[in-house]
Ligand binder design. Structure first.
Ligand SMILES: Cc1cc2nc3c(=O)[nH]c(=O)nc-3n(C[C@H](O)[C@H](O)[C@H](O)COP(=O)(O)OP(=O)(O)OC[C@H]3O[C@@H](n4cnc5c(N)ncnc54)[C@H](O)[C@@H]3O)c2cc1C
Length: 600
């Protein structure tokens, strides 16, 4: 069969966009369709009158403002002009352009998007990337920059993974931004922080050293080549455990709202990387397949030589000399979190973080590291089970105390940093920590729960339900309701109240915000840990190659991002910006070695 080398059509159900249009034009009416864009489904409404397409309107979508605007403005008009969905895409907004075209074709044909053809613009990829989160997009852009043909598989209908909902921090030393800000930093200092905070022996020194060496260049690459907006360009210590130098950089979110860099800035990385990848997609050297999960890896003679993906529901093989596994952590895999880390746990990670790459790694013979450590974020109220929706407010003036099922406190609550909190929720029996307070010790202006539209009403509802929030007139009664050791809790509160009278906490040295809880009603909010990021993963070497039991690199296999984890890089700690640092640093290193392995 004669094939056009520059355009292989992986046809599952071969439905030509032109034919879709022509078939439907016989019938007048208003038709709707949708297709996957960069941020999820793009919906269109197409009106046909007198056998002609008279209008195409783009409806609900979550495409990134700015990037997608030209496609949303130009493609509908072009389709009306051409009387066909088969029009030229808008450069720089290829993914959105394709989504609009496919959605229009689907509307006119009455077919679902699954009926469309999958087009890959090169015969064989040099590099396959599994996952289009921040690490996969970094690897894809870097490999493309180095001249490789790159095929990216993303199981979801949108790119971004965790970074799309994450804060914008990223760690790196000796960056251009640090130098501009007059911050004196060094690779040695960053490396030293891993030992100080992560604990010697909890990470691989060779890998940690490589991260320290390359993290700054990765930030510089995002800054100068990819075009990430770093806003005020003033690094901080990043709100986790204090680093020896302010080296946590912050990206501005995709919507440009500078005030939310620490809250939603991760979307800024995704927007800039996707913008860059779009250029390579336009040029025909990169291809991104959304809603196309990789279901297996192909191993021959101990090497990973390709993947099996579900393309429109049909299993297909794709081969390449190098495969980058950038599938993220296992933060949405409740069974694994319970197997490796916690008895009770909730998550703030997206549903995509199931850890499929760990299965691929296991199959390839990888050896794992650091699986027993996972940073816990305290305070989830498990009203919606595993997926976190509500949390207790752990800090309100003068402030509650935190106790375990044994009725004892953990720490000076007012001074608990991220590590102390993580340790408390990890060590607590059944991982249950009760936030105990009376009306007198909380700030009436600050709701005791977060995540509810009407916190006061929700709190009252939860008290009424009596499952997660307990209220009683006495401490003993409160303990009985909550299942806490009553004698111990009575003693804890008595000691705390006596200490409040002297102004010095005799157990943990708390000096500030001490006010006696000597008048009911008493409250206890039952909380469990939640995760944003996991730490353990398959071991790598300093070239981001996956390692087997014998310490040898598994040919063709490279890792990037959260799957690399703190377990390889910095041990038992979470430092500000390490998540995105692992994405950018290992995404680049993985891509560089994957491209070299492909002979490019
Ligand atoms: C709420 C929140 C806030 C955070 N804040 C910060 C922060 O401020 N700073 C920081 O450094 N880190 C932060 N993190 C962590 C950081 O965002 C993540 O560690 C990082 O984004 C992970 O990127 P990744 O590409 O490795 O994995 P992911 O983001 O999980 O992306 C993996 C992608 O691979 C896809 N995929 C998985 N399996 C397959 C498969 N079999 N086939 C095809 N596709 C597949 C997934 O759908 C997903 O899109 C935060 C995380 C969360 C959840």
């Amino acid at each position: 069969m004669k094939r056009n080398i520059s355009m292989i059509l992986c046809l599952v159900l071969a439905v030509c966009l032109m034919l879709c249009g022509a078939a439907a034009l016989a019938q007048d009416g208003t038709f709707t369709g949708s297709a996957a864009g960069m941020g999820g489904a793009v919906n269109v409404t197409v009106t046909v009158e007198g056998g002609k397409i008279v209008s195409v309107e783009v409806g609900e979508h979550s495409e990134t403002p700015g990037i997608s605007d030209p496609a949303i403005e130009q493609i509908p008009a072009a389709i009306v002009e051409a009387q066909s969905a088969d029009v030229e895409g808008v450069s720089g907004a290829t993914v959105t352009s394709e989504a609009i075209k496919k959605a229009v074709a689907a509307a006119l044909s009455g077919e679902t998007e699954e009926a469309q053809a999958v087009e890959i613009p090169f015969e064989q990829p040099d590099v396959i990337v599994i996952g289009a989160g921040m690490s996969g997009l970094t690897a894809a852009v870097r490999a493309s920059e180095l001249g490789a043909n790159v095929l990216v598989f993303e199981q979801m209908a949108k790119v971004g993974g965790s970074a799309a909902v994450a804060g914008g921090s990223i760690v790196g030393a000796e960056t251009i931004i640090e130098k501009e800000a007059g911050i004196e930093d060094s690779i040695d200092l960053l490396y030293a922080d891993f030992g100080r905070l992560g604990g010697e022996g909890n990470y691989n020194p060779e890998v940690a050293r490589k991260f320290a060496e390359r993290a700054g260049t990765a930030v510089d690459w995002l800054d100068t080549y990819v075009g990430v907006n770093f806003g005020e360009r003033s690094p901080t210590y990043g709100s986790y455990e204090p680093l020896n130098v302010n080296r946590v950089h912050f990206a501005v979110p995709a919507d440009g709202d500078v005030s939310r860099s620490s809250g939603k800035g991760g979307s800024g990385f995704i927007m800039a990387l996707m913008n860059k990848l779009d250029g390579f997609i336009d040029a025909g050297t990169a291809c991104l397949l959304l809603e196309t999960p990789v279901t297996d890896i192909i191993i021959e003679d101990g090497a990973i030589v390709g993947v099996v993906a579900s393309v429109n529901g049909e299993s297909r093989e794709f081969r390449a000399p190098s495969t980058v596994i950038a599938t993220g952590g296992y933060g949405h895999n409740e069974a694994w979190l319970k197997e490796f880390n916690f008895t009770n746990v909730a998550t703030s990670t997206p549903a995509s973080a199931t850890g499929s790459g760990y299965d691929f790694a296991r199959k390839a013979g990888a050896v794992f590291t650091g699986m027993d450590f996972c940073t816990a974020y305290g305070g989830a109220i498990p009203v919606t089970g595993f997926t976190k929706s509500l949390a207790a407010n752990l800090y309100t003036n003068p402030g509650p105390i935190w106790v375990g099922l044994n009725g004892e406190r953990f720490t000076d609550e007012t001074k608990a940093d991220s590590k102390v909190r993580s340790d408390a929720w990890t060590a607590a029996e059944e991982n249950k920590v009760f936030v105990v307070y009376t009306e007198d010790v909380i700030n009436p202006e600050m709701p005791m729960i977060t995540g509810a539209q009407d916190p006061a009403a929700k709190l009252a509802e939860l008290v009424e339900e009596g499952k997660y929030v307990f209220k009683a007139d006495t401490v003993a009664e409160l303990a009985a309701k909550a299942g806490i050791n009553a004698d111990a809790l009575v003693k804890t509160v008595e000691t705390y109240n006596a200490d409040c009278a002297t102004g010095k906490d005799s157990v943990f040295g708390r000096e500030s915000e001490l006010r006696a809880m000597d008048k009911g009603p008493y409250y206890a909010i039952m909380t469990i840990p939640y995760v944003l990021i996991t730490s353990g993963g398959p071991r790598i070497n300093a070239d981001a190659q996956m390692i087997n039991e014998a310490g040898e690199a598994i040919p063709g296999a490279y890792l990037a991002g959260e799957i690399v984890g703190m377990g390889n890089v910095c041990g038992h700690t979470t430092i500000g910006g390490i998540g995105h640092g692992n994405c950018a640093t290992w995404g680049m290193i993985a891509a560089e070695n994957a491209v070299a392995n492909a002979g490019k």
